[in-house]
Design a protein around this ligand. Structure first.
Ligand SMILES: Cc1cc2nc3c(=O)[nH]c(=O)nc-3n(C[C@H](O)[C@H](O)[C@H](O)COP(=O)(O)OP(=O)(O)OC[C@H]3O[C@@H](n4cnc5c(N)ncnc54)[C@H](O)[C@@H]3O)c2cc1C
Length: 408
């Protein structure tokens, strides 16, 4: 990718007719600095299930939390390519940091794509860039699991004032976030699927812990249950309905960013396996250890994982501002299948890497331990259950035609 690349953001182009020039030259160094901070505390974060404070402080110092915000609102105008590269780099260092970053950037993408033209949301964009605010996500509610297109809690309207009380079963880093982007039923008399998206900041909500878990992996995301109570202004509701935001931004950006973070975890495991195989071979006069076939398998699934992410990334970027293309059955199927495929490939890669390392990978200590990476990556297929996604898209898959050629 070019260091200097012209970014024709729709909002910017509309307002000025002049494209901004995005300077990407600092992105790699800034990300590397945050990744170094994340790697330095990854083990401790996992052991104590604590928030990766040093990594997020570094992200603030290097202004990565606002990097996606358009320049006219004080950010760097980073593209989806830049953001997913950052998720991958952070995933190689600390899974929880990468997932926190991925979730935050998904919320920021919604703000940019669907908040332009709204006074409140534009002001919030400026705040994210200037204050480096960290945004969390609240979609899971009660016993409803990952059924994001249905909400129970409704927005209560009193003139221009609104309020919301939500049984938020899981909010990752809820206690540490500066704001939350949440879904809700439009009003008391609205159907569960008639949803709105709200951006709220910590001065207008309270969180009371309702559920603590002792999790297997991704322990630094500090994912706990809360009762969310919010009072604010109706301006905080995004102007567009959630159905549009979900299809055009929330799902595509979440799936691309999550998959990139999982690919980073998989890459870290492959790197460990490579170091182990080389060391073992050196110690045995050049003879490769028996697990080497698993190392090749790990490299193969990592290559597939990267290919599926980058292909979907290209499709998304090509149609980023084309509502019809993003709403098409083909795109919606492929963006949902990306999550399923990427999560399965990431687990397979880390599993192969562990088997390549044998006992050295299985033990929890030592340079070649793959245990933490395996526990972390096992969250991928259940972070919205893959079976739920497959069931949801089965009708759409039946309706779309089988491709007639290799390239569309
Ligand atoms: C690492 C990680 C971070 C996450 N972070 C967030 C976040 O920041 N914000 C957020 O909103 N969500 C978060 N989630 C939750 C995620 O978005 C999904 O809601 C969650 O993975 C559940 O998906 P599922 O409903 O498809 O699957 P399942 O958990 O398999 O649930 C399927 C169904 O089983 C039923 N069920 C489940 N548990 C019970 C129970 N105890 N009693 C009765 N019935 C039950 C429910 O009907 C549910 O719909 C996170 C998940 C993970 C793994």
């Amino acid at each position: 990718m070019n260091v200097q690349e012209t970014d024709f953001r729709k909002t910017t182009a509309e307002k000025t007719s002049q494209p901004f020039v995005v300077d990407r030259s600092t992105f790699a160094d800034r990300t590397a600095a945050v990744a170094a901070a994340a790697a330095g505390e990854a083990e401790d974060v996992d052991r104590h299930a604590r928030f990766p404070q040093k990594a997020i402080d570094a992200a603030r110092r290097h202004r990565l939390l606002g990097v996606q915000i358009p320049q006219e609102f004080g950010g760097d105008g980073a593209s989806i390519f830049d953001i997913t590269d950052m998720c991958y780099a952070l995933g190689r260092a600390c899974s929880s940091t990468a997932m926190i970053f991925a979730m935050h950037q998904t919320k920021v993408a919604c703000l940019i794509r669907h908040g332009s033209g709204s006074r409140y949301h534009e002001a919030l964009m400026r705040r994210v860039a200037s204050e480096q605010m960290l945004l969390a996500s609240s979609t899971t509610e009660g016993q409803n699991g990952g059924n994001i297109r249905f909400s129970t809690a409704a927005v209560e309207h009193t003139g221009s004032e609104i309020s919301l009380v939500r049984n938020a079963t899981v909010i990752s880093y809820g206690a540490q976030a500066d704001g939350i982007v949440t879904i809700a039923r439009r009003a008391n008399d609205a159907a569960g699927s008639d949803q709105v998206l709200l951006a709220i900041t910590k001065d207008d909500y309270t969180l009371e812990r309702s559920l603590e878990w002792e999790t297997l992996g991704m322990r630094g995301t500090c994912s706990a249950g809360f009762e969310l109570k919010f009072k604010g202004s109706s301006e905080q509701i995004f102007p567009e309905g959630y159905d549009k935001i979900h299809a055009q931004t929330m799902t595509p950006v979440a799936h691309l960013c999550w998959s990139s973070a999982w690919a980073g975890i998989a890459a870290a495991a492959v790197e460990r396996a490579q170091l182990f195989i080389r060391k073992a071979a050196r110690g045995a006069g050049g003879q490769l250890p028996p697990g080497v076939a698993h190392f090749t398998a790990a490299k193969m699934t990592l290559a597939k994982l990267r290919a599926v992410i980058t292909a979907t990334l290209d499709t998304y970027a090509a149609h980023e501002h084309d509502e019809r293309a993003l709403s098409s059955l083909d795109f919606q199927s492929s963006i949902n299948l990306l999550k399923v495929e990427a999560s399965e490939l990431a687990v397979a890669t880390v599993m192969s890497a562990m088997r390549a390392c044998g006992l050295s990978g299985y033990r929890n200590d030592g340079d070649f331990s793959v245990g933490r990476l395996l526990r972390d990556v096992l969250s991928a297929p259940i972070m919205i259950n893959n079976e739920r996604i497959l069931a949801n898209i089965s009708t759409a898959s039946l309706m779309s035609t089988v491709p007639a050629c290799l390239r569309d």
